[in-house]
Design a protein around this ligand. Sequence first.
Ligand code: RAM
Length: 521
Amino acid sequence: MSVNWTMKQTKMLKNENYIRKAQALIPNLYYRKETPVSCLEYDGAEKNLTVPGQNKEKQEGYGKGDRIVFDFGENHAAYFQFTCRSVGSPQDAPAFLHIKFCELEKEIWEDCSDYNGWISKAWLQEEWLHIDETPSQINMARRYAFRYAVITVLDTSRKFHVIFEDVERTAVSAVRTEDAVPLPTDDPLLKQIDEVSVRTLANCMQTVFEDGPKRDRRLWLGDLRLQALTNYRTFQNRDLVKRCLYLFAGLQNQDGMIPACVFERPEPHMDDTFLLDYALFFIPLLVEYYEHTSDFDTVAELAPHALHQLELAMQYVNSEGIICAEGEYHCFIDWNEKLDKQCSMQAVLIYCLESARKLCLLIRDPKQEAVCTDRKEQLLAAARRTFWDSRQQVFVSGQARQVSPASQVWMILAGAVQGQEAAELLDRVSDCPILMVTPYMHHFYVQALLLSGERQKAIRHLKGYWGGMIQAGADTFWELYNPENPEESPYGSACINSYCHAWSCTPAWLLREMHGVSNSV
Ligand code: RAM
């Protein structure tokens, strides 16, 4: 599979006033020096890390083919630095090193040299270094996401070997995990899931809410919404959300559509990627921002842009009341390539019409509010007519009338079915082969369970799915997790997957909500 969401001939309309407001909110970052909790060796053949002999580390040093793993104990967005010294005869050649940064232990053994997926291999976290003089203090310029730094000595010479000293990393984030509002639970697994969620979010909070510190390291709208919601309950950093709101509102295409993602540097600019569901999520994002901050001025200023996303989407609603933007705009929903998204997209539109209705109430526009209510009813009725399969008692999607959990989840979130009926609907697709593969989609599944009154099942799912990642070695949650296929990747290889991905941080929000932790900022 290869995905192309690029829109040709896109012009950027930049609102300098909004961008100025966004730039005034660039946060100061926290930097923390950390040293490895252990230094280990392995020979490459065996997946076995061993403690190096005292001699080797200090006197003999490391030569061609040696590999050393510095384990920092936890995955973090960080800069890496060390001193390289030589031992033996005078250094008569450069020391040649390969350095690889791994979020998970399994990546230490992974050979990604033949990676040929559709996302750039430049995201692979590795560097080749020539060190001409020793001792040399090496400060690696790029920021990485890693728990393990793996140094392979590609060559020294017959005359000298190298040793590594003062190995440390400088972890960086806009927040400190210790400042997160605590979760009052005695359940050890939920505590652990929460800790990992909070760490995941903290790593993704940089000068914007990044999707992942390994990749793509930028602000995506769908990810932002879930991060913002989790942030209100944990770090309560209102300004970072506000900054991101202004970045999106300040960078639109010629039709006023908000892009799926934006870049910060060298100057804020938009990507020419547009996703209809993401653009629509600007509406609930803004309403939720108000609900958690009471910042009316920002909401009033940005509301017209939010409501405009609705107008853009409504253009694609056909005479039967069904959204058909295919060929014009894509929508995301989940990374399962087999998923038919038509039904989910209709539900997202209905869901966002409800948010738009709330927004109109907030800005005291009763006329618009009534329009939203009418449209919502029409689209709901059309959805029931078109997608409800009364024989199977499920929502189906597309020409092939595909049954998927995603379609049911989104229809429940859109309010098409409620209570016991919704709970039974979710039960009916529990064995469906069209799996949800991202924590992003699993999050909405948990929300649908909660909305259907299935609290116990929601907790069970949190424990099973997010707990499953922990069992598989996660200390931050992943971009993608399919328990049935651990190597699943939308990009052609798991080498490029991100193992600290913000949209998977939501248990920290859901659990606080379930435990009644307040949400004011
Ligand atoms: C991925 C990003 C991001 C997601 C988009 C749709 O490449 O990492 O998390 O929002 O795709």
